[in-house]
Every structure is written in structure tokens, then in C-alpha cells.
Design a protein around this ligand. Structure first.
Ligand code: DGL
Length: 274
């Protein structure tokens, strides 16, 4: 824990830093805010450089290090990589660079997926996340004989941002993407992209009620809570502050973010990184 009560109190009152390529990480932000309402949260959406999901590993790593550096400079006590693509390709580099706990979204999602009964697990995400093979690696580490079926689903990102997550177009798109996973008789599907929890109802409709959907955002919030319990990092009071930063003009982030979060964001400040 801490060398003194004073140091402990000081660290506990610091914020949690959360970053994503854009608006999608607000699904993770929302789960953390609801599970840990007393915590001060600082969110950074790298909206000037979104999407990360179609970019090279080297570029996403550089972006992730620059976004994290901004949050670490704000004095955060924990870094949450709310982006699946950045978690897939940059987590070891972030952990090596910064002297604070770093939580990504992949390990928490994989832990939940490893509870599969028939050990036939589907994983969907951006091209970058699927190409990285990080989800299958993390699931196999826990469940070595699992059979894993992956599919990149890039069109789900713009559909969610357009507010069409439950539109007929989303249902037909999901049917097309998920057909091979349905044929493989998966009993669990990992929604391995920040935007996909918005499509939960559509995905469930296409897959049927028997397939369990794993929400990496929810699982990540639980991991943050567990880490805080273990390390005595939780801020005890309620009513945490929420601060939002973006790297492009905030207009679109504010509008789309409201739909992702379910309420208005308040002030969003534009900053420059990199
Ligand atoms: N946040 C990204 C992810 O979870 C999706 C959007 C993007 O491609 O940047 O992988």
C-alpha cells in the first residue's frame, strides 16, 4: 500500500486517466463512472487522428504513447487504455514507459470470454485488433483448448456513430459479418471494439439469446475496481469530477458523445499532442 497515510490520501485523490482514439472509449468511461462514482475522471479522445483501427502498429503505438503522456502529465493515478486497437498493440510499451498501473480492455474481456461452456468463442474488432491476434492469445492463456473464430467488423464503427446501431442496415451488416461465427456454433462473442456495445441488441438479435456477449467496457471497469480494492487506490468520497479533452474541434465529439454516454458531456477542451 503506501508509506504514509498522507501519501495514500494524496494518491487516492488523483484522477483516473482514460484515453481512446475518439468517442468510442466513452463506453468504457461510462462503465467506470457508474461503478466508481466518486473517482475523478479525465478522458482524452484523439479525435484529430481517429481511426486507429485501420492504421499500422507503429503509428498506433506512437499515438498511444503521446496520448498517455498527456494524461500522465495531468498527474493521473491510473491509466486506462479504453481503445481495443491501442490495447492490442501498445500495452507493453505503455507499461514500460510509465511508472503507474496501466489497464487495457483486452485482458478483462478475455477473462470473461474464458468462461465459455463449449469453448467455441468469437471475437470481433477493428482490423488492427483482429490482425494483432491479442484476444486469441489472451483467451488461450486461460483456456488453452478454446477454439477461437475472429472477424473484423469495420462498418460497425460508423454505424454506431451515425446513430444507426439498431437500424435495419446494422442488422443486415451484422448478419453478413457474423455468418461464419454462427456457423462455427460459438456460445460467446467478445465485442472487441469500443463502439460495439452500442450494437448489443442488434448482435444479440442476429446471434440468438443463447450466445453470451462479452462487453470489454464492463469487464474493464470491474478490473479497475478490483485493482483499487487490492492496492487501496480508491477515492472514498462521492461526486467525482469529469474532464474531457479532444485533439480536434469538440463539436462532433460533443454531439456523438452524448449518444454514447446517455447524457451531456459538459465542457470539452481541445488540446494538441504529439
Ligand atoms: N476505439 C477503437 C477500438 O476500440 C475503434 C475506433 C478506431 O478505429 O479508432 O478499437
Amino acid at each position: 500500500m503506501f508509506e504514509s497515510d498522507l501519501l495514500g490520501a494524496f494518491v487516492r485523490h488523483r484522477s483516473i486517466g482514460i484515453f481512446d482514439s475518439g468517442v468510442g472509449g466513452l463506453t468504457v468511461f461510462k462503465e467506470i463512472a457508474s461503478l466508481l462514482p466518486g473517482e475523478n475522471l479525465i478522458y482524452l479522445g484523439d479525435t484529430a487522428r481517429v481511426p486507429y483501427g485501420t492504421k499500422s502498429v507503429a503509428t498506433v503505438r506512437r499515438y498511444a504513447l503521446e496520448a498517455a503522456e498527456f494524461l500522465v502529465d495531468q498527474g493521473v493515478k491510473l491509466l486506462v487504455v479504453a481503445c481495443n486497437t491501442a490495447s492490442a498493440v501498445a500495452l507493453p510499451q505503455l507499461r514500460e514507459r510509465f511508472q503507474l498501473p496501466v489497464i487495457g480492455v483486452i485482458e478483462p474481456g478475455a477473462r470473461r470470454a474464458a468462461e465459455s461452456q463449449n469453448r467455441r468463442i468469437g471475437v470481433i474488432g477493428t482490423e488492427g485488433t483482429i490482425n494483432s491476434n491479442r484476444y486469441p492469445e489472451a483467451i488461450h492463456a486461460l483456456l488453452p483448448d478454446a477454439e477461437i473464430f475472429t472477424a473484423p467488423c469495420p462498418l460497425f464503427v460508423p454505424l454506431a456513430e451515425e446513430g444507426w446501431a439498431e437500424h435495419e442496415i446494422a442488422r443486415l451488416t451484422a448478419l453478413e459479418y457474423l455468418q461464419p461465427l454462427l456457423a462455427a456454433q460459438i456460445d460467446t462473442l467478445v465485442m472487441g471494439c469500443t463502439h460495439y456495445p452500442l450494437l448489443r441488441r442488434t448482435l444479440q438479435q442476429v446471434l440468438g439469446e443463447t450466445v453470451a456477449l462479452v462487453d470489454s467496457a464492463e469487464e474493464t471497469a470491474k478490473s479497475v475496481q478490483q485493482l483499487f480494492q487490492q492496492q487501496g487506490l480508491a477515492k472514498p468520497e462521492h461526486g467525482g469530477h469529469r474532464t474531457f479533452f479532444v485533439t480536434d474541434v469538440p463539436t462532433r465529439f460533443e454531439r456523438v458523445g452524448q449518444a454514447f454516454l446517455g447524457n451531456s458531456l459538459g465542457r470539452v477542451e481541445q488540446i494538441q499532442i504529439g
